[in-house]
Every structure is written in structure tokens, then in C-alpha cells.
Design a protein around this ligand. Structure first.
Ligand SMILES: Nc1ncnc2c1ncn2[C@@H]1O[C@H](COP(=O)(O)OP(=O)(O)O)[C@@H](O)[C@H]1O
Ligand SMILES: [Mg+2]
Length: 506
């Protein structure tokens, strides 16, 4: 390995109106390594990489490639210098084939047709070498997300990218696809490429990186080798204070079954039965975590519990009362609170203000009525308290919900759903898209709710979250619970296997 880094970015500063996106950032990558950029949403990771890829110009600072200062004014400049970028949002033409997408923009000195055959051949060779199984003649719109990402990677490799930027590549992948991607990336570094990996998922960062640079509000707050780094130490650099990734969970006496699901059958959007005879009990005072790959019926199960989707077979009881196919409002009256994964679509009303959204379910509460009329002062105080407690970032209480970021909408919905004392709380992806600090708070609130004897059904695609919070973990696969394990005794690998459909030994 040579002493000169492939890439050096020195003293990069970039300002947007009112925002210091990068401030005097130094960042370098050596051949054969994965150097991770870690940071919360808005920390400045994408901006730094867009500067490297020629999409933005830095206000200050310089870029050196193999020790030589360079100017990168456009992605074309970047590609010419063997820099590739896999964006958070793919840039493929839906109506073209894989090979056509890869060939797009390449100089063509022969007929397009003969070129395409050659392109396909090379795609197959690259796919084989890097474990990126793909059909060059497939049309992009037919491909699943994970396959589209492979096309993007092949496209970069085809253009002989030596330095590859991967901006949150795992955000759209299943755990199995993530494992597969990491094998590909490892092969690339073995071939001497340098990789810049962007993520905020700590276990992935620890699994893949050689070095880690942490950004917070545009500043570098840490630069460490992976050896010796822990999830806790990284989280502290990201947030700027110690963070409890695993909440303190005092033991609670578990009560009787508050949510009883038996033989549940539900049909999904495409007309297929996605919940197929599911049985589950959640007891008062426990957090039951549902682990599973997205699309195995968890969404339909949650919607059926909440009365938002028809139950076609089986039954649901809340607090001993049959609630199967009741109206959502009636199910609520029987003690259900529901934190949806849909965010704005079915968790909030976009044009309503933050305050109105928070009060959606509480408007008939005597605390907010004064001689039969709405007590606006009490409502304001209550909403303001929840906004403060849940750290919902909003200009004010009158701001329409649609103007908030996804993470803040999530916090607003949680504030509303968890402000009462429900018998059963169904929380779908409770911290997806929120900052670590907010996730810590949400977790502590879930634990608090558990101490108040709520039965909590938590659905999460984040295994760390499932392990950190659950008293029991149930694994859902193809619409059934295929096993329930004790998080203190089970490993991630065991749960991962069950998520892939491998039934635990009896
Ligand atoms: N084109 C832009 N115009 C104005 N502000 C921007 C632009 N791009 C990014 N920002 C702001 O710069 C900051 C850093 O954003 P970004 O680099 O996307 O963060 P990250 O990728 O770490 O989530 C954020 O406050 C973001 O709102
Ligand atoms: Mg980004």
C-alpha cells in the first residue's frame, strides 16, 4: 500500500443560506480501505460527498487525488478521475434495460447494438466477480430495489471507479441484502479500491469499516480506527453526549394477556393473503418485539389490529374484549394506541397544525374542556409540553404537520399516542428515521409505558432495537409467527435465520 492516500480532502467548508454544512473538514481514503462517514441526518455527509463528486463546489478547501490537487466541477470530471457515486436515490432510466442503463452516456464508436452485446458481456463478468447477480437484459422498472442498487454499482464499476462513494446504500436493503452487499464491497477493497461508506446504522459501520470519521453539524467530531470503537463511543461522537443505546429496563410483573390474536388472516394490497393464521399474545407490562423482513405481513397485522384493514379470518381481543373488525375509533375506546409506520399517510393530518395533530384523539378529554367548550389554553399547554418532551422540532404549534421532517412527524405521533395510558400500544418502526437522541427518548418512553402495564407490540426492522427493548422476540415470516425467543438467550444470527424462514428446533 502506498503512503499517498487516493483521496485527500483538506479544510473543506461549505455554506448554504443559513446553514454551515461542512466546516474545515479533513477527510482521506487509502487504497484497499473502507472509510466510513458517520453522522445524524443533516450532519453534512452528503454535502461533503457531493463536493467530491462535482455536484457542489466547496467555498474553501482543496481536493487531492493521489497527491495531486484537482478541480472537480461536475460528475463528468469525477467519473473521468475514476470516482463513482451510488446515490441515496437511484439515477436509472426505468424504461431501459440494465445494459442500456450501463451503456448510457458512454462514448460509442460502433453501432449501438454491437456495443450493447459487449456491454452485456462485461456486465456479466463484473457481476460474477463481485457477486452482483443481475440480468443485463432486464428492464429496470421490473427490478426490486436491491437489484437496482446492483445496477448502480455495476455502472460505477463499468466506468472503472477506483474510489466509490456509497451514500446510505443499506437504507433500502433487507438484512440479507446488506450481508450480500458487504461481500461485494469487501471484494472491491481486496482489489485495491477505496470505499467511502455513509451510514448511521452503528452495527453496520462496525461490521464494514476500517476507519470511521464522525460528523456533527458540519464539524468533524471524531476520527477513529474501527478497532476499539463501540456503538456507544460512536453514538457519543454523533450526538455530543453520552447516549443510552440500551435503555434501563427494570423488571416488571407481567400481567394477563392484553392483546390476544388467534388464527388471524388478512389480505394485503395486492389481493394476496399476507397474514396467514397468525397467533400471538402480548401481556400487560411486556414489550413484545416483532422481528422480520419487511413485507412478511407485519404491516397488515398492525392495520388489522387497529381496524384499518379487514380481518378475513380469526380474531383479535383487546383487554379481553373482542375487537375484530370494529371501527378504528371503537378499537381506540377499548384501549388501543397505534403508532403507524405510514407517518403522514395514516398517522397524521398533513394540513392540520402540530397542536391539532397532537389533540386529535384527546379532544373529548374533560381536561381540555371548559364548560363544554374547548379550553384552548389547556390545549396549548398540553401540546407545548409534549412538543418539548419529545423534542419535536417545529417553528411553533401552528405549523402544519406537512412542513415537519419525517423524524419530527414521528415524534409528534408518538407524543400523541403515548400521552394516555393505553391497554395495548402497537408501535410500528417507532424510531425509523429519527435521530439517536430522539430514539433514546422514544425508547425510554416505551419502557415507561411498559412500567404502567401497557402491553406493547413493537414492530421493527432494526434488530438492535428489537434486542434492546423486547422482553420477548417473535419472528414473523410469511404471515406467521415462526418462533418466539428470549432476547437474553438468543443471538442476532439465530433471529436472522428465523427471519429468513428457518424454523427454530423445537
Ligand atoms: N442544496 C442545499 N441547499 C440548502 N441547504 C442544503 C442543501 N443541501 C444540504 N443542505 C443543508 O446542509 C446540511 C447538511 O445536509 P446533508 O449534507 O444532506 O446532511 P446528511 O447527508 O449528513 O444528512 C443540512 O442542514 C441540509 O439541510
Ligand atoms: Mg445524506
Amino acid at each position: 500500500m502506498s503512503d499517498v492516500p487516493m483521496l485527500e480532502m483538506r479544510g473543506i467548508t461549505k455554506r448554504f443560506p443559513g446553514v454551515l454544512a461542512n466546516y474545515r473538514v479533513d477527510f482521506d481514503v487509502r487504497s484497499g480501505e473502507v472509510h466510513t462517514l458517520l453522522g445524524e441526518n443533516g450532519a453534512g455527509k452528503s454535502t461533503l460527498m457531493k463536493i467530491l463528486y462535482g455536484l457542489y463546489q466547496a467555498d474553501e478547501g482543496e481536493i487531492l487525488l493521489n497527491g495531486e490537487p484537482v478541480e472537480i466541477h461536475s460528475p463528468m470530471d469525477a467519473i473521468e478521475r475514476n470516482i463513482g457515486m451510488i446515490h441515496q436515490h437511484f439515477m436509472l432510466v426505468e424504461t431501459l434495460t440494465v445494459a442500456e442503463n450501463v451503456a448510457l452516456g458512454l462514448p460509442s464508436d460502433r453501432g449501438f447494438r454491437t456495443d450493447l452485446d459487449a456491454v452485456s458481456e462485461r456486465i456479466e463478468a463484473l457481476a460474477e466477480r463481485y457477486g452482483l447477480s443481475i440480468d443485463p437484459s432486464a428492464i429496470v422498472w421490473q427490478l426490486a430495489v436491491g437489484q437496482r442498487q446492483r445496477v448502480e454499482i455495476i455502472k460505477a464499476l463499468y466506468r472503472e471507479a477506483n474510489l466509490l462513494i456509497l451514500d446510505e446504500p443499506t437504507a433500502v436493503l433487507t438484512p440479507q441484502e446488506v450481508d450480500q452487499l458487504f461481500v461485494t464491497l469487501r471484494q472491491m477493497t481486496a482489489d485495491g479500491r477505496g470505499l467511502i461508506f455513509i451510514s448511521h446504522k452503528l452495527h453496520e459501520v462496525l461490521a464494514l469499516s476500517d476507519r470511521i470519521t464522525v460528523l456533527r453539524q458540519g464539524h468533524i467530531t471524531g476520527k477513529v480506527p474501527v478497532e476499539g470503537a463501540t456503538r456507544e463511543s460512536l453514538a457519543e461522537m454523533m450526538v455530543g453526549r453520552q447516549v443510552k443505546l440500551v435503555p434501563d429496563k427494570p423488571p416488571v410483573e407481567v400481567g394477563s394477556a392484553a392483546l390476544e390474536i388467534s388464527g388471524l388472516r388478512v389480505v394485503g394490497d395486492r389481493g394476496h393473503e399476507t397474514v396467514r393464521g397468525l397467533n400471538l399474545e402480548v401481556r400487560a407490562g411486556e414489550i413484545l418485539g416483532i422481528a422480520g423482513v419487511s413485507g412478511n405481513g407485519q404491516r397488515e397485522m398492525a392495520q388489522a389490529i387497529a381496524g384499518l384493514r379487514e380481518v378475513t379470518g380469526g380474531s383479535i381481543r383487546i383487554g379481553g374484549v373482542e375487537t375484530t373488525n370494529l371501527k378504528p375509533a371503537e378499537i381506540r375506546k377499548h384501549g388501543l394506541a397505534y403508532v403507524t409506520e405510514g407517518r403522514l399517510r395514516d398517522g397524521a393530518i398533513a394540513d392540520f397544525s402540530v397542536s391539532e395533530n397532537i389533540m386529535l384523539i384527546d379532544h373529548a378529554d374533560p381536561r381540555y374542556l371548559n364548560r363544554g367548550l374547548m379550553d384552548f389554553r389547556a390545549i396549548r399547554e398540553h401540546s407545548q409540553m409534549l412538543v418539548d418532551q419529545y423534542a419535536v422540532k417545529t417553528p411553533n404549534l401552528e405549523t402544519p404537520a406537512k412542513n415537519l421532517s419525517g423524524g419530527n412527524i414521528q415524534k409528534m405521533i408518538l407524543a400523541r399516542e403515548m400521552s394516555g395510558t393505553p391497554t395495548v400500544l402497537v408501535a410500528s418502526q417507532p424510531t425509523r428515521g429519527v435521530d439517536i437522541g430522539a430514539a433514546e427518548y422514544i425508547h425510554s418512553r416505551l419502557v415507561q409505558q411498559r412500567a404502567e402495564d401497557t402491553a406493547i407490540l413493537m414492530i421493527s426492522e432494526d434488530l438492535d432495537e428489537v434486542f434492546a427493548l423486547s422482553d420477548r422476540i417473535a419472528v414473523i415470516y410469511e404471515g406467521e409467527i415462526i418462533g418466539i425467543v428470549d432476547p437474553a438467550a438468543a443471538t442476532r444470527e439465530q433471529v436472522g435465520l428465523m427471519m429468513a424462514g428457518v424454523r427454530p428446533e423445537a
